[in-house]
Design a protein around this ligand. Sequence first.
Ligand code: CA
Length: 488
Amino acid sequence: MASLLSVINKKAAMSIPKASPNLVFVMSDDHAAHAISCYGSAIVSTPNLDRIAAGGMRFDASFCTNSICAPSRAAILTGTYNHINGVTTLDTPLDNTKWTFPQELQRAGYTTAMIGKWHLGHGPAADPAGFDEWRVLPGQGHYHNPVMLEADGRVVERGGYVTDLITDDTIDFIDRHQATNPDTPFAVLCHHKAPHRSWEPAPRHFNLFDDVQIPEPETFGDDLAGRAEVIQAVKMRMMDLDPVVDLKATVPAGLSLDEEISWRYQRYIKDYLKTVVAIDENVGRLLDHLDEAGLTDDTIVVYTSDQGFFLGEHGWFDKRLMYEESLSMPLLVRYPPQIEAGSRCEEIVVNVDFAPTLLELMNVETPSSVQGRSFAPLLRGDAVSDWPESMYYRYWMHRDGSHNCPAHYGVRTKTHKLICYYNDPLDQPGASGPIDPVEWELFDLVADPYEINNVADDPNYHSLRDELMAELARLQAMVGDEPLDRLD
Ligand code: CA
């Protein structure tokens, strides 16, 4: 099958302009922007991720449209919202006959590869499609000595640390492509498992941060007063971490509750950051390899994560919610011929926009069925007068088994955020009952960037709340999503 595809590709490559760039798309899993030093992180240094920002553009308002793994991955690949691509929760695989940007690149003559975490299902209807070759982790995969899957059911046993191995395979794909087919461009998706739960470091990093106390975030002690009742019931507090699986330790005897919470945070955040350091080292290795191969000027390099993560903010770990730490995706893009080194963008972009953007940069057309909008003009530094001033979000997986997060949708503008917890599983796979009463939150992100004061019921914000409700309805209609009937 692979050789047949190669023949097809070589033929199709006739239509690809010679100047079309390569793509190295690096995506980690649950890597919060505030754990990257070029985003101002106070708790970790990531000099190699910072190299991408220094050589390209850093996005400061890049958001996911559903803050959880599989749905965000589906939105990135298909350029559509989850009610369209069908991947609404963790329990909904991606139908691999649906359009994706790698399939479009392959059709256009690119040689394509997918290495690492797929997490969109397995089997004939859900295996990666649109790739000349792929090697992926089964499900969540393992940090140490992982098994990996390839086409035709081949199983590969790997010895070593997962972030190193995924990078090794990415570099190997690039080298083989350049050795055999250097006149056509390539696109490789390098998807890391790290820093996903349960945050298992490489042996070389076991003792990193041993002598350091990581500072707790500003909102670590947030008591969630005034926030929705369903938010106060979320099970993502430090006390919800499993000591054995998550913290790999026994809780010391004799600690007060506050002391135990602080102890848990240190265990959690240090392991999380150790896995981030391994990502940074490996991104450095990949960038060095592009330099050495003379490919840097011909290659788009993207670094992102499928969504953000709480690193102790509001006392939480994990993601799922529409709060800033979870909603924000890091996004760094380097492509020297078209993107000014060290530039920044504050416009709102979403994961649904990634596919059309990359295709435009790679001289490949995007079909009209794609809902996202290319932000290639923003990357080039052009002013776009009608760029969207707001974004739409929806989390479907009401009260999943362990995190107890509510189903919700909402709108974020440059200054405010309105969230409707509609609190209904709606028969979505992986969601559960009971149905809870509808609740609202409204945050003034200028006056209250940490989202502590819910002003949904504050009379001073009533007219603004009405405006945001209208904007939410407009966005839902625009993307073809349905508001909940019982809100009326
Ligand atoms: Ca994730």
